[in-house]
Write a protein that binds this ligand. Structure first.
Ligand code: HEM
Length: 372
């Protein structure tokens, strides 16, 4: 890792980490067997667990272990508690009392996650610097190696083995549900808009070849796929209110005074649907991005799903790679349909908020043909 700033929990994820994506295969992402009909189905919770495996580079979903389910349960609980309206935010004197028990429950989830991570870190430490899988190094190897061998004294001061668990907690909390929710929304939007799905598949066929494996280097040549991801993030930003800020001093914005210590929420969801900015704001129209230079990197304030400025999401580059590679691979490898009895017009697109914005009813998408 080139940079690890523990103080504000920023994680800079470098090329070595991105290299781990190379082993990613479409077959590992989000599949389950539909017990009712005995066929394969693509489901959000499964791809979520695959993401956890990606970060730890370690199987956690094998049937003999409950670790995957335990991690998923703890992260979901944590995210729900963090998104729950807390009366103590409006009346700070209630913070000590924690009247809704939010802090208490969150502490239990945090502890559970840290205990699980401790076990994994200790196992890995014993195995030595190289990854348990015998493949290239992963983020956990790099962090362990830094605690043991970094020459820079500041790294030793800031990063100890006990801190790694907290870093992993940040990555899991911030990086899994956001990414899996975006993939789920993008698939749902495409299943509702078959012409957009066909356009994306045609682009993939032309650039990569039908059924062929997509590589990271293909992404720049796939403008329509990129437009789909931007359009999904515009309509369904996984962190719709970003992360709350606190005004450090009185400040005036557009004629309004924001007093010192006020909590500031940025409504990215509303910005993405503002009719003064977007034509047909509620319509899924990836084409709008083909003729515009707007990107989601934090410079164009109409579209800031990753935030902006100093606290912009440190996982943005990684997330972009995962999103394009996974969606592109799914579309290039299969044709898709909804569950029997569900029509594109009747697909439930209600959302559920708990710090991240996920589909209220998980999408069930079925491959209809393998394109080889
Ligand atoms: C679609 C995927 C993702 C979206 C939309 C997203 C969005 C965000 C947003 C909006 C923030 C707050 C930024 C702000 O308030 O200005 C954030 C913070 C963060 N993200 Fe992401 N994120 C995604 C994926 C990831 C991934 C894959 C990782 C790491 C593996 C990650 C790690 C983090 C961390 C550690 C923070 C906290 C930074 C801090 O405390 O300042 N995110 N993300």
């Amino acid at each position: 890792m080139s940079r690890v700033a523990i103080g504000n929990a920023h994680v800079a994820l470098d090329v070595r980490f991105f290299a781990s994506l190379l082993w990613m295969e479409v077959g590992r992402w989000g599949w389950a067997r539909d017990s009712e009909h005995g066929r394969q189905v693509w489901l959000a919770p499964c791809k979520w667990l695959s993401l956890c495996e990606l970060y730890l580079w370690q199987p956690i979903t094998d049937s003999n272990s409950d670790t995957g389910e335990e991690i998923k349960e703890a992260v979901r609980g944590m995210i729900e508690e963090m998104g729950r309206p807390n009366i103590a935010d409006s009346f700070p004197f209630l913070k000590m009392i924690d009247p809704q028990g939010i802090r208490k429950r969150n502490n239990i989830y945090f502890r559970k996650m840290l205990d699980l991570f401790d076990t994994i870190i200790n196992q890995r430490s014993k195995l030595g610097a190289k990854s348990a899988s015998g493949k290239d190094t992963d983020i956990l190897d790099i962090l362990i190696d830094l605690t043991e061998n970094a020459e820079d004294k500041r790294v030793h001061e800031q990063l100890q083995k006990s801190t790694i668990g907290h870093l992993l907690l940040d990555i899991f909390g911030a990086g899994t549900e956001t990414t899996s929710a975006t993939l789920e929304w993008s698939m749902a939007e495409l299943l509702k808009a078959p012409e957009a799905m066909s356009k994306a598949q045609a682009e993939l066929e032309q650039v990569i070849g039908k059924g062929k494996k997509m590589k990271e280097s293909d992404i720049p040549q796939l403008p329509y796929l990129q437009a789909i991801i931007k359009e999904t993030l515009r309509l369904h930003p996984p962190a719709p209110l970003l992360v709350p800020r606190l005004a450090e001093s009185d400040v005036e914005v557009c004629g309004y005074t924001i007093p010192k210590d006020a909590q500031v929420l940025i409504n990215v969801w509303a910005i993405g649907r503002d009719p003064n900015v977007w034509e047909n704001p509620d319509k899924f129209m990836p084409e709008r991005f083909l003729k515009s230079n707007i990107d989601a990197g934090g410079r164009d304030f109409e579209l800031i799903p990753f935030g902006a400025g100093r606290r912009i999401c440190p996982g943005m580059l990684l997330a972009n790679r995962i999103l394009h590679l996974t969606l592109g691979s799914l579309l290039n490898s299969f044709d898709w349909k909804l569950e029997d009895g569900v029509e594109p017009d009747t697909l439930n697109m209600e959302d559920k908020y708990g710090l991240t914005l996920i589909m209220d009813q998980p999408l069930r998408a079925f491959p209809t043909a393998t394109s080889t």
